[in-house]
Each structure stands twice: as C-alpha cells, then as structure tokens.
Design a protein around this ligand. Structure first.
Ligand code: FA5
Length: 350
C-alpha cells in the first residue's frame, strides 16, 4: 500500500481532533490529548517535519493548513475544558447539601508547658525582689562551665561520662552543652562591673536519667554581688522566694554542702509534697521526705579573681535551682520523665 502523503496525514489528524477532545473525562486526560496533537512528539509536530517531501509551491499552503489544525486543537481544548467545568459544577450541585449554619470545629488550644509556667512565676517573684534577668548560650566553653568556677582539673563532671562534650576546632578549646547555668554568672561578671543582682534561667544537660533526674532540664541561676552581701541575705532571699511559690507554711531545710565555686556552700530541700514523708517507697524523695531543689553559697574569692572582681572589696551569693523539680512539687508529679513525654492528656490535666 502506498504511504500516505503529508496532506493525507494532516487531513486524518484534523478529522480526529473533535472526537479525541470530546472523549476526555478529566483535566489529566485533557492534557494528554493536547500533547498527542501539539506536544513535542505530537502528530502535528511530526507532520510538519514532512514539509521537505512536498513540491516547493505547495509548502506554504501546507504550513497554513497545519496552523489551522492547531487553531482547531486550541478551540477543541477550550470547549472540552468548559464542558468539564460545568460537569463538575453540576455534580457538586446534585450532591448532598452543605449546612453552612452548623458551628465550625474549634482548633484545640495549646497551653504553656508546666515547666515554663513555673519558670515564669519564679522569674516574677525574683523580679519583684529587684533581680534583673539574663540569658547565656546552651553551648559554652569548658572554661566558663568549669575552669573559671574553680573546678579542679580532675573533677568527675569534666569526664565524658558525665557531660556532653562537642567536637571543637582546637584541642585547647573544649566545648560542651553546659551542665549548669553557673556559666551565665561567669559571663555576667565578665561583662558587668559590680554591683549585680540577676537571675539566669535556661536549659542544661547531663548524662542523668531517673525519676528525679533528666538528661535535659532547666535551672535558674541567681547572683547578687555588692560590698556588704552576707549569708543572711542569701537565706532571706531564698526563704522569701519559697514562701511566695509554695505558701508561708512550706517546710524547707538548709544544709551545708560543697561546690567548688562557693564557700561556704549549702543545699536547700523542700518537704516532699508528693508523699509528705508518709511513703518510705516514694520515688521522688526516696523515703527521706525531702527533695533537693537547689545548691547555693557565698561566691568563692577564686571566682571573683577569675572574672576580674576584687575579692577583698566584694562579697556575693549565688544559687542554682532545678525548675523541673520545683514543677514536680508544685503539681504533685511523681516522675520527672512525665514532663517530657509530651502526652497532651497528662500535660492538659495540670
Ligand atoms: C549545680 O548545678 C550548681 N551549679 C548550683 C549552684 C549554683 C551551687 C550557684 C552554688 C552556687 P547541682 O548539680 O546540685 O548544682 O544542681 C542544682 C539543682 O538542679 C539540683 O538541686 C536539682 O534541683 C537540679 N538537678 C540537678 N540535676 C538534675 C537532673 N538531672 N534533672 C533534673 N534536675 C536536676
């Protein structure tokens, strides 16, 4: 059989246009049909390439004819698109009616996390006692976390097993996730001359994990330095604070302790508000009826020297409290890990 001439092929293409577009059932099929005619591999593109087979006199009129068929394809596409739109609309109108008077669904409102609620309350109390608020970075140099605070070089906290060290650029620049907010008291003293009276909240990180220890937890550091600060100021501030947070009847206890950066050093406990001392198996107080909430003391002269304060002239106190532990006591939570499991049923009940 003789091969179709370009003109015969073009006529055949033109005859198929309307039928092809009428058969398209959705936008996707419409795109495919259009490509079959006018795409890079489409029949009109292919037939155009056959122009050299025609005698010179016929080429111009053939080109015009191809353009006419292209116009026909465009018109057929517009008609089919309009048909699909009205079919979709008719289907929508025939479907079940939407009752626009029904009330909408309320988006569920989030709440501030109990740790942050406690922290905000604590900051309010210290602000009312005249303290400023400052923050520092969570990643810091070991110098600020340990050295300037008078930690001896072989202190266990500097061990990789206790702290999260990060890769650093030079071996002498040891960088870690801070293990306490005491880094910020160092930074505050390096950047401000005395007097200072400031609290410094933030997240801290240790390799800890049990009912009262979390690997990431929150501390609030406090620092007050002036010429005549005494241990009595420290006790007065902490007691005023705890009475404001837990009420005037809360039982607290102040006992001697050791931190390299204070002398004398102390820790403060709050009575276990989970078992009130009645459960020897209590996981929070471990049957002692007390929960340690902070470490504190008078700033060691070594620290003043390392930040350039005159230890002969200035005295000061510092404390670092565990916000998560205070949150547990405040809301009666028996395991610190509940605070980080993100169960909205539990968090929403507090
Ligand atoms: C310190 O971190 C000292 N920097 C506190 C300090 C500051 C002392 C200024 C003197 C002067 P300590 O490691 O004891 O101390 O932690 C302080 C408080 O953080 C604890 O009393 C406890 O309430 C809380 N805490 C400690 N480890 C954890 C943990 N893994 N999870 C939750 N809370 C913790």
């Amino acid at each position: 059989m003789a091969q179709e001439t370009p003109i015969e092929e073009l006529d055949a293409i033109a005859r198929g246009v309307d039928e092809a577009f009428a058969a398209a059932r959705d936008d996707n099929e419409l795109r495919q049909v259009t490509a079959r005619f006018s795409g890079r591999e489409g029949s009109l593109t292919r037939v155009m390439k056959r122009i050299p087979e025609l005698p010179g006199a016929e080429r111009k009129s053939f080109g015009q004819r191809v353009n006419e068929v292209k116009g026909r394809v465009e018109r057929a596409l517009a008609t089919a698109a309009e048909r699909l739109r009205s079919e979709a609309r008719a289907k929508e109108l025939a479907g079940p009616a939407i009752d626009i008077t029904l009330p909408g669904r309320r988006p569920r409102l989030g709440r501030v996390h109990p740790i942050m609620r406690t922290l905000h309350e604590i900051i309010d109390v210290f602000s009312s006692l005249g303290f400023d608020v400052a923050e520092g970075p969570e990643v810091d140099h070991a110098e600020n976390n340990f050295d300037r605070l008078g930690f001896p070089p072989d202190h266990p906290a500097m061990d990789m097993h206790d702290s999260f060290f990060l890769p650093s650029r030079t071996p002498s620049d040891r960088v870690l996730l801070r293990t306490h907010t005491s880094t910020v008291q160092v930074r505050e003293m390096l950047s401000h001359p005395p007097p200072v009276q400031v609290v410094m909240p933030g997240a801290v990180f240790r390799r800890d994990d049990d009912a009262t220890h979390s690997p990431m937890f929150f501390q609030l550091e406090g620092l007050m330095v002036d010429e005549d600060i005494t241990l009595a100021h420290l006790r007065g501030v902490l007691e005023a604070f705890l009475h404001r947070l837990f009420g005037a009847n809360v039982k607290t206890r102040f006992r001697a302790s050791y931190f390299p950066f204070v002398e004398p050093g102390a820790e403060m406990d709050v009575e276990c508000l989970i078992c009130h001392g009645h459960n020897p198996a209590c996981r929070v107080c471990k049957g002692t009826s007390w929960l340690e909430i902070l470490g504190c003391g008078m700033v060691h002269p070594v620290v003043f020297e390392s930040v350039g304060y005159d230890p002969e002239r200035y005295k000061g106190f510092a404390f670092g409290m565990g916000i998560d532990r205070l949150t547990m006591l405040r809301y009666g939570i028996g395991d610190i890990r509940h605070l980080f499991e993100n169960d909205v049923r539990f968090l929403g009940s507090l």
